[in-house]
Design a protein around this ligand. Structure first.
Ligand SMILES: [Zn+2]
Length: 133
C-alpha cells in the first residue's frame, strides 16, 4: 500500500503501528504538513508510533504516541501534534493553500476559495441570459 503514496510521506507511513492500515485518510494538500510533523516527531521520539491519520470535521486527527508503551506521555510530542492539527484547519485539503472551513453538503471541509467554489459546484457564468438584463 505504501507504494501508492508519494515518497515524501513514506517515512510517516512506516511509523504506522502493526495492525493499523497503511493509510493517510486526508487530502494531499495536507501531506506537506504531515511531512513536517513526521520530521518534528522523529526528533522528539524516534520510535514514535502512529495509529491513524484522518480528517474529522475539517481538521486533522493524528493518533500517535511517543512509543508503544501507552503510559509514556511526552508534552513536546503532544504539543507538536496539536500544532499540526491546528495548522490543518487553515490549510486547503486539496492544494495546501491558506484556507478556511466550509460546510458543503453537510460535510466540513477545509478549502481555499477556489476549491470551495469547485466543491460547491459553483459555475461562473460570464454571459447572463438576456432575460436577466
Ligand atoms: Zn485549494
Amino acid at each position: 500500500m505504501i507504494e501508492e503514496y508519494p515518497s515524501e510521506v513514506h517515512g510517516l507511513l512506516k511509523q504506522i503501528a502493526p495492525g493499523w492500515p497503511d493509510q493517510l485518510e486526508v487530502g494531499v494538500g495536507w501531506y506537506p504538513l504531515l511531512v513536517r510533523l513526521d520530521a518534528t516527531l522523529s526528533v522528539i521520539a524516534p520510535n514514535y508510533v502512529v495509529q491513524r491519520v484522518k480528517s474529522k470535521f475539517g481538521a486533522l486527527s493524528f493518533y500517535a504516541a511517543p512509543s508503544d508503551d501507552p503510559s509514556n506521555f511526552d508534552e513536546a510530542f503532544a504539543d507538536a501534534v496539536r500544532a499540526a492539527e491546528w495548522e490543518s484547519t487553515q490549510t486547503c485539503e486539496v492544494c495546501g493553500a491558506p484556507a478556511r472551513q466550509y460546510v458543503i453538503r453537510l460535510w466540513v471541509s477545509t478549502l481555499c476559495q477556489r476549491h470551495a467554489a469547485e466543491a460547491r459546484g459553483d459555475v461562473v457564468d460570464p454571459d447572463p441570459p438576456p432575460s436577466a438584463v
